[in-house]
Design a protein around this ligand. Structure first.
Ligand SMILES: Nc1ncnc2c1ncn2[C@@H]1O[C@H](COP(=O)(O)OP(=O)(O)O)[C@@H](O)[C@H]1O
Ligand code: SF4
Ligand SMILES: [Mg+2]
Length: 320
């Protein structure tokens, strides 16, 4: 059997943002997870729980007012160590990023050819001819006809084509880890399925690791090897994608699954009562306590992360 290679490893990662009074508002608290080479890892959770912050930390695109603690490794490179960040040789080359809305992620004033040329020239010093050669390969790989699209500006492409061009651009750098933040949220259901299929094919043919951020836990269950459920900056449940969705253990995961619309099924949509704590508000004990129907006395203390049926769960109900 091949040895498993870790593409991403976070140990007690914390990421916060300085406010105007120089206070740190922590958006990610104590996140520990591993992504293997060739794995599809999905981060799910409601809006504002810190998903993009984790994705941006992996992609090396946190803003200057971000503050870090803990560790983050990309392959064997420590990109975050305590308060220090160093993405030299990693950002763009080993990790690349597919933006949520490629219509804004692609530069509107550059043709598709120019987008490839400027990225590949700035990273590797490639000349235009070589850059076009590389771009042709990657555009074909994502199902776009290079002869048709190289001269187009982003606004001349459909939403689905923009998304494919953005993925081709992200892969063209030879990146081994691709972070895609809500890549399917700006396209319709049909294109969404095609895009998911493309990402799965690319994982198989290119052996890249995909770090996929989505609020759609049902799609995540279909395509991900691993799902991590995030709430108020913490990973409350991490496990095999299909199992987390079919047999959620954490009460928050259950609520996300119950609240999700299922394609082809009509069911009463139960929205999740309450809302996540606002940034800067620290809930004593379990962060989910104010919304948890299972809460009991013990929950005023922070729950440890425990292993249950091959899964990791942060909840007192599974302790002991
Ligand atoms: N650039 C930023 N500066 C300050 N606060 C931010 C920034 N980005 C995100 N945040 C805050 O961090 C928290 C988590 O946000 P985010 O990571 O975008 O969550 P999600 O992607 O799950 O919606 C939110 O409270 C948000 O307001
Ligand atoms: S630790 Fe307590 S409050 Fe938190 S999810 Fe478990 S039962 Fe609910
Ligand atoms: Mg986000």
């Amino acid at each position: 059997m091949e040895a498993m290679v870790l593409a991403v490893k976070a140990v007690g990662l914390r990421v916060g943002y300085l406010d105007s009074e120089e206070n740190v508002l922590w958006a990610v608290r104590e996140a520990s997870f591993e992504v293997s080479e060739g794995e599809i890892f999905c981060l799910v959770g409601e809006s504002g729980c810190g998903k993009s912050t984790v994705g941006n930390a992996i992609a090396g695109i946190l803003p200057p007012h971000a503050v870090t603690e803990g560790e983050l490794h990309i392959f064997d490179r420590p990109v975050i160590q305590g308060g220090r960040m160093n993405y030299n040789g990693v950002r763009g080359r080993i990790v690349s990023y597919v933006p949520q809305n490629p219509g804004t992620g692609l530069n509107p004033y550059y043709t598709v050819e120019d987008q490839f040329y400027y990225v590949l020239n700035s990273l590797y010093g490639l000349g235009r001819r070589k850059a076009v050669e590389v771009s042709r390969n990657y555009l074909s790989l994502v199902g776009l006809d290079p002869d048709r699209v190289l001269d187009y500006y982003p606004h001349e492409l459909s939403g689905g084509m923009q998304q494919r061009a953005a993925i081709a651009l992200a892969l063209s750098t030879g990146a081994r880890v691709v972070v895609a933040d809500e890549p399917t949220s700006s396209i319709d259901a049909n294109l969404r399925l095609q895009l998911i299929k493309l990402l799965l094919d690319l994982r198989d043919s290119q052996r890249i690791s995909l770090f996929l951020i989505t609020h759609d836990i049902m799609s995540a269950g279909k395509i991900c090897d691993t799902i991590a459920v995030m709430y108020a900056g913490r990973l409350l449940e991490v496990g095999r994608g299909s199992e987390v969705v079919t047999e959620p253990l954490h009460q928050y995961t259950r609520m996300l699954v119950d609240a999700a619309p299922t394609l082809g099924f009509k069911k009463a949509l139960r929205s999740i009562p309450g809302e996540p704590p606002r940034p800067g508000v620290v809930v004593e004990g379990c962060a989910f306590r104010p919304r948890c129907p299972w809460a009991f006395e013990k929950c005023v203390e922070a729950p440890p992360r425990v292993g249950v049926f091959g899964r990791e769960v942060e909840c007192w109900r599974y302790v002991g």
